[in-house]
Structure formats: C-alpha cells, structure tokens
Design a protein around this ligand. Structure first.
Ligand code: ADP
Ligand code: MG
Length: 412
C-alpha cells in the first residue's frame, strides 16, 4: 500500500515569514498614513495661512474704510432698523458736539433728531425708504446751539437688497451762511455806495464854491479880528467834507492810476507838512516822526492818489490817539522774502488805541467804521489804490499799543 503523503503543513500564523510580511504591510500602511497625515497637515497649514492672510486683508480694508470715514470732513452716521445710531464718525462728533461713545446705541431721535423737522431726517428715510438729497435743516448741538446743516440720507441695503438701516451725511453750513449774509450785505452796501457817490458828486461843486468864498473871506479878515476863527472853522469843516467826498468817489469809481517816477522822500515831506498844519490848527498833541533817512528814495506812484492814501492813514492814526501821541513814518527798500525781490516798504505806525481782531478783520470792508461820524471808506479806498499800484497792504495792531500799516510796492 502506498503510503499517503502527509499533508503539507498549513501556514501557521506563528511562522516567521508570515509575521514579517504582516509587519511589512503594517509598516507600509503606517507610512502611507504618515504621508497622508503630513500632506493633510501641510494643507491645514496652508489653509490656516490663507485664512490669516485674508483676515489681515479684511482688517486692512476695514481699517482703510474706517480711516476714510474718520478723515471725511462731513459728518457720517448710520442708524439701524430700530432707529438707533450704530456709527458716528469724527466729523459728526465735531459738528454735533457729541462723542461717538455717547451716542452709539442710543436713539437717533434723542440725539441728532432732537427738535428738528420730522420730515427732514434719517428716520423718515427709514420709514419711507426714500432718500433726502442735498437738503438743509437746523441741528441742536450738544450745547443747545443751532447749527445750520446741509445733509443727505440714503437707505442702507445689503447685497441682496435687504434694508439694514439708513446712512446720513451732513456738514456744517455756518460758514457758508455767514458768507451768504456777507455777500448780501456787501451788495446792499454797493448799491448804497453808488447812491452815495451820486450825492457826493452833486455836493462837490457847491463845496468848491464854499471853499473859494471862505478863502476870500479869510484873506479879507485881519488876523486880529475875532471873526477870523469862524472862517478858519468853515475852511476846516469844508476840508474834512472834501476828503470824505473824495473817498466816496474814489471808492465808488473804478480807479485808474497813472504811476510816475516820484521822489518819495520829497513827496512824503510835502504831504506830512500839509497834515501837520492841520494838526497845529486843531491843536492836536501829535508828533510825526519821519524815519526815511535816504534823501533819494524813488517810487513809481500816482501822486494824487497816493496823497490820499497817506492822508487817510495819518487821519486814522490821529483819530486813534485822542489824547495825543506819536506817528512814525518810514520808507525803505527791502527784500520781500516771499518773492525774493526788492520792494519799497512804506510804514505808518501810531501809538494809539489799536484794534481788536474783529475790527482788524473788517477794517477793509467798505462802510465799516467804529467811529461816530466815520465813513468807513478810508481803508477800503487805500486798499483799492494800493492794489491798483500792484502793491500790498498789511496791518499789525494790538489793542492799547497801537497800529502799524505796511504798504509794499514793486520797484518799477
Ligand atoms: P473810518 O476812519 O471812517 O472809520 P476807515 O476805513 O478809515 O474808516 O477805518 C475803518 C475802521 O478801522 C475805523 O473805524 C477803526 O475802527 C479802524 N482803524 C483804522 N485805522 C486805525 C488805526 N490806526 N488805529 C485804530 N483803529 C483803526
Ligand atoms: Mg478813516
């Protein structure tokens, strides 16, 4: 009998080859898992990085938008659907007097909508969804003062068109309103000025007559005659009137200057001497100091008009010193630092009352005067004449100390 062949031994799990194979597979799987994990990790890292970047970008955009809002000179505010303020920029703080921290979260109607036309505000836009464009209304600021506002409102919607609230943009109209008032005042004044000029023109001829006859009388009456004083008073009064009339006419007309080369030293001397006679006659305790040392100081000016400039300045200086004082006149060539060119500087300084900032701001406005019986045309006329000479005029003044007027003229 054939001996049966023994069955092949079945692979035992404990056989070393099998174990190592399994270990290999395990290793393999582990390595695969490891690389997968690594790549996942890397991906995570990348996503993280991207997220960070996009977050930083978003932050940059947000802060950029915020910077824009904060840098705007117009007030910007946002109200939500409940009518509460959610955004309030810096200009809004400046215009209303409220700080953003005080108003954010509070009802619009309690802050900016206080006491105002209910038809003209952001809440109306919230209700009707119709914008206000370039309208005007008044605002009560934190101090309770009224501020004229220019404003626009618009519904604030998201990308799907859903209403989120209302945005309002507003700006302070005070300065513009003031300017408008000023313009209308100047217009009225200009019309009045024209009328005054017509009257002045009519007055001029009879004035000439009075001067002539008064001069005749003056010559005929002896110095010892007590009536001489009366005649002198008449002449004085007429001279003053003449000056006013001349200012009015110069101011109302377009002036035409005919500059010519003039020896300024001599010219100033003549005008000052003439004025000193006036001062003596009126017994004013005023000393005029001449500080133009150069005997030859040439200028290109219209002598007739410039005489008026110097006389008006001397008159203002005198009037600012009712108890007397000093007037200093100086003239010199100097370099204008701004345009780096030589110019002629003429200065008239007094030790009088000086001017407050308000007066200083308005002194060139026609008909502005602080004097009883003043015309307010002296400085306006001076400015017109100086500018017709391509010159500039500057005034420095301090209350209680005095005033210095500086005229600079181009050299031919
Ligand atoms: P008026 O002399 O008729 O008042 P002006 O145009 O000459 O008009 O001057 C306008 C105003 O400017 C004066 O009323 C005065 O308040 C002020 N002012 C001008 N010059 C002087 C000065 N030297 N010192 C003080 N105030 C002056
Ligand atoms: Mg004057």
């Amino acid at each position: 009998m054939k001996k049966a062949t023994p069955p092949k031994p079945i692979d035992q799990p404990s056989s070393p080859t099998v174990v190592s194979k399994m270990a290999d597979q395990l290793h393999q799987a582990y390595r695969e898992l490891e690389t997968k994990f690594e790549s996942l990790n890397q991906k995570l890292e990348e996503t993280n990085q991207q997220l960070k970047q996009s977050l930083a970008e978003k932050e940059k955009i947000t802060s950029f938008l915020k910077n824009i809002l904060e840098s705007l000179t117009s007030g910007v505010l946002v109200v939500d659907l409940a009518g509460k303020i959610t955004m309030f920029n810096k200009a809004a703080e400046e215009i209303t007097g409220y700080k953003a921290v005080e108003v954010v979260g509070r009802p619009y109607s309690e802050i900016i909508g206080k006491n105002i036309d209910k038809e003209l505000n952001a809440l109306k836009t919230l209700k009707t969804k119709t914008p206000h464009i370039d309208e005007e209304r008044e605002l009560l600021n934190k101090n309770g003062a009224k501020v004229p506002l220019g404003f626009s409102t618009a519904p604030l919607v998201d990308s799907e068109g859903a209403l989120l609230g209302v945005v309002e943009i507003f700006f302070d109209l005070s300065k513009i309103k003031k300017l408008e008032d000023e313009v209308s005042r100047v217009k009225t004044l200009a019309a009045l000025g024209e009328m005054a000029a017509t009257v002045a023109h009519e007055v001029r001829n009879p004035l000439g007559g009075i001067t002539g006859f008064a001069d005749l009388l003056n010559k005929e009456i002896a110095e010892s005659d007590s009536r001489k004083q009366y005649v002198k008073k008449i002449i004085e009064g007429v001279e003053n009137l003449n000056r006013t009339v001349k200012n009015l006419l110069t101011y109302a007309r377009m002036i035409k200057v005919a500059p010519q080369e003039v020896n300024l030293t001599r010219f100033l001397d003549e005008v000052v001497k003439f004025y000193e006679m006036d001062l003596q006659r009126e017994k004013k305790n005023i000393v005029i100091l001449r500080e133009y040392v150069r005997p030859e100081l040439k200028a290109k000016i219209d002598p007739e008009h410039f005489r008026q400039v110097v006389l008006n300045l001397l008159q203002n200086a005198t009037q600012s010193m009712p108890k007397g004082g000093k007037v200093k006149i100086s003239a010199e060539y100097a370099r204008d630092q701004k345009i780096k060119q030589e110019k002629l500087f003429l200065k008239i300084a007094d030790s009088g009352s000086g001017m407050s900032k308000e007066v200083l701001d308005k002194m060139f406005t026609p008909f502005f005067t602080t004097k009883e019986g003043g015309t307010g045309l002296g400085m306006a006329t001076i400015k017109k004449i100086v500018e017709a000479h391509q010159g500039e005029i500057k005034v420095n003044s301090e209350v209680g100390k005095g005033t210095e007027v500086e005229i600079s003229l181009p050299l031919f």
